[in-house]
Design a protein around this ligand. Structure first.
Ligand code: NAD
Length: 280
């Protein structure tokens, strides 16, 4: 029997409806999200347009500021400081990739943690160890939401996170620990990945390598969350999980595209509303 697809587009649509209601509770208070981009990257532009469309649906004004491609780190930090000071700006995001010579960590640290709607400032990242923070990292929160949407009992569930990056793998592992899952984190140094994934009730893959996880590496009925976004040679977007073989074995599976991605955008909007003072 094929896996039950976890339709991220549907889940994100329902979230946006709920967020639009939460937006109403703020009345005339401005809710503005500003996206900063250095230079112009066609891939990022598609992403920004999707974010703008979703923000408009919820009632969030999204402003896009493009800095010249030759901007220095100091100039980008100054642009961020100006947004930190603006009372009408609730959230700030900086589009990646950044040009060489600009350190993404320095840039993230320049954002006021209360306006860090991507949840990647060290203050927000650090507080995730205590409990889920007000502004959690969006992709990790999206992966968590998709798992919760299955209705599985997470307490004691064997969970394997493949990938240990700061922005995705590590925060996902920590968020799932809060549910009392038994979490194993696999990475480039892991000796035999399949030994771990085969015993997992939940597998989250966030690596950036198409086809890394195949159906024969999964336990029958497992919940598989594919965070990867890779462009194939034919230009198509694929995840890190081989969809056809995983679909034969998994109990739940996220498609790529249409899985984690749309829910991540919805999380960004949720964080923006929270930053503006909404209880959502
Ligand atoms: P990264 O390059 O920072 O980290 C990759 C991780 O994969 C590392 O922890 C590394 O140890 C691990 N890894 C590499 N090869 C491995 C192997 N053979 N076996 C096991 N682990 C291995 O990447 P990232 O920024 O965490 O992004 C991961 C993927 O998620 C990318 O495809 C990226 O495009 C995607 N992504 C998606 C979203 C979304 O919203 N859907 C958001 C951010 C990133």
């Amino acid at each position: 029997m094929p896996a039950q697809l976890l339709d991220g587009r549907q889940i994100a649509k329902r979230m946006r409806e709920r967020l639009a209601e939460a937006r109403q509770t703020l009345g005339d208070r401005p809710v503005r999200l500003v996206s900063l981009e250095v230079g112009q990257n066609p891939a990022a532009d598609v992403y920004v347009r999707n974010q703008q469309r979703a923000a408009a649906e919820v009632g969030i004004a999204m402003e896009v500021e493009n800095l010249p491609v030759a901007s220095t780190e100091a100039q980008l930090v100054e642009a961020i400081s100006a947004l930190n000071r603006r009372a009408d700006v609730s959230g700030i995001i900086v589009q990646r990739p950044l040009p060489h010579g600009i350190d993404p960590r320095q840039v993230q640290m320049a954002i006021d943690p209360h306006k860090d709607v991507e949840g990647m400032h060290p203050a927000n990242m650090g507080s995730i160890l205590y409990r889920e923070p007000l502004l959690p990292p969006c992709t990790a929160a999206a992966a968590q939401q998709l798992i919760v949407a299955t209705g599985m009992d997470l307490r004691g569930a064997e969970t394997v996170v493949v990938g240990h990056s700061e922005i995705v793998g590590k925060p996902i592992a920590v968020l799932l620990l809060h549910h009392l899952s038994t979490v194993t984190v696999c990475h480039i140094g892991t000796r035999n990945l399949a030994d771990h994934t085969r015993r997992a009730d939940i597998v989250v893959v966030a690596v950036g390598k198409p086809g890394l996880v195949h159906g024969d590496m999964l336990k029958p009925g497992a919940c598989v969350i594919d965070v990867g976004i890779n462009q194939g040679p034919d230009g198509k977007i694929v995840g890190d999980v081989d969809f056809a073989s995983a679909n034969e074995v998994a109990g739940f599976l996220t498609p790529v595209p249409g899985g984690v991605g749309p829910v991540t955008v919805a999380m960004l909007l949720r964080n923006t509303l929270r930053a503006a003072g909404a209880s959502v």
